[in-house]
Design a protein around this ligand. Structure first.
Ligand code: PMP
Length: 395
């Protein structure tokens, strides 16, 4: 039995989901899901695939037309020099892409430098491959970016890779081109791999640019880029992602993990992905614009209605508000929460029906913050803000 798996934690997000089921009329700002529906081009392509009986086994790494479209997208949009569609692999969402990379890349005890805070499945996937995540703090004062000297100091003889995630979950921080160049140079100098999680590549505000690490310099051969359709095309439940890998040896290993965990990704969903890429890209921009409006609505509400108990600066990307808890705030008497961010989360769920996630669930450096997802529809956001005002007024 894989006893080491007993030490791999489940994310607190699952505990919160269970807590939310006991709440009547909840505001689900805990879940990292958009309220939009997938574009008609996706649904139409899936309907057609069903009618055309596309229900059989497919090529392990993806149906050729989808791989071709993805290679073209990666070249055009991400400026990644993809030599052939063989360098692309379709996965069951970004989480599966990350799982495959970790299994194929890591030996037991290999260290991977990860941001703190970070989306918990990043650490979970590293641990599931018997690797060791090494936390490197992100700093609110730097717009939730790392201090590059501090990052360099995390590298040891056991380090195998650096994981970056921009735009970032949970903080919305975005790495600059100069940051990514410096991180690539650092990885190159130490012979490390770079895992670049670009799940939120299309969710950027105020004209901020997305830079794909694999588009820069010489490290391309040791960069693995992880992408998903979940956020860009509002396809979270359909489970479609992809990875771009130049190195042939790593790719062969990854293909084995992909085959033994999925055989191939669901046929109908892959045709949905073809529909997404062949169809109009207008929904992507429409989602982005609406998310920017929701971000502004939510932060304006926090400024006016959270009585200073929660505060933060609107993020440049992704769709989360990672808000600081006022140091003067005290948990209610009788609270047996294990930390302040858990106490705040339990308080907001029980008193205000507002789902959120404690910052500490994303890493020790996230303690004293809570995460809200502002990708919910405006009505739900306004309801949550109203409830928040009531809760803090009652105190
Ligand atoms: N990376 C990050 C940072 C994420 O936040 C997510 C989803 N929440 C993913 C990857 C993967 O998403 P999915 O598995 O739905 O493609």
């Amino acid at each position: 039995m894989g006893r080491y798996l007993d030490a791999v934690p489940f994310s607190g997000i699952i505990r919160i989901r269970d807590m939310m089921y006991s709440v009547k009329d909840p505001f689900r700002l805990d879940q990292g899901d958009v309220s939009f529906e997938a574009p008609e081009s996706v649904k139409e392509a899936m309907r057609r695939a069903i009618d055309d009986d596309k229900t059989h086994y497919l090529q392990t790494t993806g149906v050729p037309r989808l791989l071709e479209l993805l290679a073209a997208k990666l070249r055009r949009q991400n400026c990644i020099p993809i030599d052939s569609p063989d360098e692309v692999m379709v996965t069951t969402g970004g989480i599966h892409g990350l799982y495959i990379v970790c299994q194929a890349l890591l030996e037991p005890g290999d260290e991977v430098v990860v941001p703190d805070p970070e989306w918990p499945p990043c650490m979970g996937n590293i641990r599931s491959a018997q690797g060791v995540p090494v936390a490197c703090p992100l700093h609110e004062r730097l717009g939730w970016r790392p201090d590059l000297d501090e990052l360099a100091a995390k590298i040891t003889p056991r380090t195998r890779a650096i994981y970056i995630n921009s735009p970032h979950n949970p903080t919305g921080g975005v790495l600059t081109r100069a940051d990514i160049e410096a991180i690539c140079a650092l990885a190159d100098r130490h012979g490390l791999w770079l895992i670049s999680d670009e799940a939120y590549e299309d969710v950027l505000y105020d004209g901020v640019e997305h830079v794909s690490a694999a588009s820069l310099g010489d490290l391309n051969s040791r960069t693995v880029s992880v992408f998903t359709f979940s956020k860009t095309y509002a396809m979270t439940g359909l489970r479609l992602g992809y990875v771009a890998v130049h190195d042939e040896k790593l790719r062969d290993r990854m293909k084995k993990v992909l085959f033994y965990t999925a055989s191939n990704v669901t046929s109908i969903v892959q045709y949905g992905g073809i529909g997404a890429l062949e169809g109009s890209q207008a929904p992507v921009e429409a989602f982005r614009r609406e998310l920017q409006a929701r971000r502004d609505l939510f932060y304006d509400g926090i400024r006016r209605r959270a009585a200073g108990v929660l505060s933060g600066t609107p993020p440049a990307g992704a769709f989360y508000a990672f808000l600081r808890i006022d140091p003067a705030w005290r948990p209610s008497e009788g609270s047996d929460a294990s930390s302040r961010s858990w106490a705040m989360t339990e308080y907001l769920i029980s008193r205000g029906r507002i789902g959120c996630v404690p910052g500490v669930d994303f890493g020790a450096n996230g303690e004293d913050y809570v995460r809200f997802c502002f990708a919910r529809d405006r009505k739900e956001l306004e309801g949550a803000l109203e409830s928040l005002e009531d809760v803090f007024r009652e105190r």
